[in-house]
Design a protein around this ligand. Structure first.
Ligand SMILES: *[C@@H]1O[C@H](CO)[C@@H](O)[C@H](O)[C@H]1NC(C)=O
Ligand SMILES: *[C@@H]1O[C@H](CO)[C@@H](O)[C@H](O)[C@H]1NC(C)=O
Length: 455
């Protein structure tokens, strides 16, 4: 009896120590509050406030030795004394609370969230941020998108070429991982099978970490975290894209090394997710006067963005987009590329775009296409709002000609008006330090409940 109890106790201890990160005591974690609305009925007239809060991702936080101020991770490297291996690292290092405005340039007010690009704090210079909407201090808000509509306002007039003010959903676990869980922004995953994460699945990603050659704050670990990703909004003042990215399995999964695929691996297509996505970018489908400063959707002013997730159960059939600006409802435009029709994303639309753009690979379908997206959404998804620059491709896939050496007259190559030399992180960080994005007025409810859709 005694020995079996002892064994159980040891097993329990090992299990919990494997996923427990120590929490630092220098800064109390206090999430900025942010309200949003749940809507019922029709036309945006029956919406009630929800008192939410946001948390910054764990990767942005200070990691230091548990009994002092020495860094466990500094710039783009792990401290190999404190972190000779994953396990020792977990035992030696503590993760800190965040000074949201002072260190990260993140502020909220009422229903609004503002993310500043470069923030010079007392100890460090911070670049961008990644925020999650929470239900309470310890759980992410889980959205079931199918059959519903998600609406928000965005002001990205101060986002130039090379920046991305993104609002998207990923199938992260509701509670993040272990201790400290969602409260400290753990558990991120996406369709690039993110390998730049310092902790994966509650374990340090320290062994085999390669510091980035062009990013002073980042590196690539051996492990990556994959899951379905629904990019509702990847945009700056020049270009915008609506992009589902499928994965199989749909839910959170850990990958190793080159088998991760995606942005961080040599073979982009070796993983379990669609790194490219099936994107609807108005400029890329030939409608060059639709989105931008002074255009039909005028990015010099705030706008409302509506996205409808048509379907039922775990079956997603269509993604629809509307804009509301100056009291006018503006539908997504019809493509102007020969052979393409339809202003919404459906399985057929993705298949057609693939053919018309003559893409050599079709990872969206390899990992299950819209059917798999539906399954990923049915798991419940976490809302992410972020501001970032791109150390891999200078955001040219969003706002310029990409691939940069392809003929811009070939369908699918031109994605926006930015120059192919734009978006270099060192340039945008020095020249546009004051850039910011403001998200506000989030509304969520059944189709037709968040705004007055014309008949
Ligand atoms: C690395 O951690 C050790 C303690 O484990 C500490 O003595 C040393 O100063 C740290 N190095 C840096 C660069 O912070
Ligand atoms: C440490 O983590 C790396 C990936 O980050 C993994 O490949 C390795 O197996 C882990 N080591 C141990 C001892 O768990």
């Amino acid at each position: 009896m005694v020995s079996s109890f002892a064994i159980k106790a040891i097993v329990a201890f090992l299990a919990s120590s494997a996923s427990a990160q120590l929490i630092g005591k220098e800064q109390t974690e206090t999430h900025p509050k942010m309200t949003w609305q749940r809507c019922t009925g029709k036309g945006g007239n029956s919406c009630t406030n929800v008192n939410g809060e946001v948390v910054i991702d764990a990767n942005w936080r200070w990691l230091h030795v548990k009994n002092g101020y020495d860094n466990c991770y500094d710039g783009n490297k792990w401290n190999t004394t404190a972190c000779p291996d994953n396990k020792t690292c977990l035992q030696n290092c503590a993760i800190e609370g965040a000074d949201y405005s002072g260190t990260y340039g993140v502020t909220t007010s009422g229903n609004q969230l503002s993310l500043k690009f470069v923030t010079k704090g007392q100890y460090s210079t911070n670049i961008g941020s990644r925020m999650y909407l929470m239900k309470n201090a310890d759980s992410y808000e889980m959205f079931k998108l199918i059959g519903n509509e998600f609406t928000f306002d965005v002001d990205l007039s101060a986002l130039p070429c090379g920046l991305n003010g993104a609002l998207y959903f990923v199938s992260m676990p509701e509670k993040g991982f272990g201790t400290p869980g969602a409260k400290y922004g753990t558990g991120y995953c996406d369709a690039q099978c993110a390998r730049d994460l310092k902790y994966i699945n509650g374990e340090a990603n320290a062994e085999g970490w390669e510091p980035s050659s062009n990013d002073q704050n980042a590196g690539v670990g051996k492990r990556g975290a994959c899951c379905t990703e629904m990019d509702v909004w990847e945009a700056n003042s020049v270009s915008t894209a609506l992009t589902p990215h499928s994965c199989q399995p749909e839910k959170y999964s850990v990958c190793e090394d080159t088998k991760c695929g995606g942005t961080y691996s040599l073979d982009r297509y070796a993983g379990s997710c669609d790194a490219n996505g099936c994107d609807f970018n108005p400029f890329r489908v030939g409608v060059k006067d639709f989105y931008g400063k002074g255009k039909t959707v005028d990015t010099s002013k705030k706008m409302t963005v509506v996205t409808q997730f048509i379907g039922s159960g775990s079956s997603l059939t269509e993604l629809k987009r509307f804009y509301v600006q100056g009291g006018k409802v503006i539908s997504n435009p019809e493509p102007k590329v020969e052979g393409m029709t339809g202003n919404t994303i459906t399985q057929k639309w993705c298949d057609t775009q693939q053919k018309v753009f003559q893409e050599e690979v079709y990872p969206f379908n390899k990992f299950g296409g819209m059917a798999s997206m539906g399954k990923g959404m049915d798991l419940g998804m976490v809302l992410v709002m972020s501001l970032w620059d791109d150390h891999y491709a200078n955001m040219l896939w969003l706002d310029s000609n990409y691939p940069t050496d392809a003929d811009p007259n070939k369908p699918g190559v031109a994605r926006g008006e930015c120059d192919i030399s734009s978006g270099v992180p060192a340039d945008v960080e020095s020249q546009h330090a004051d850039a910011k994005v403001v998200f506000s007025n989030i509304k969520f409810g059944p189709i037709g409940s968040t705004f007055a859709q014309p008949a």
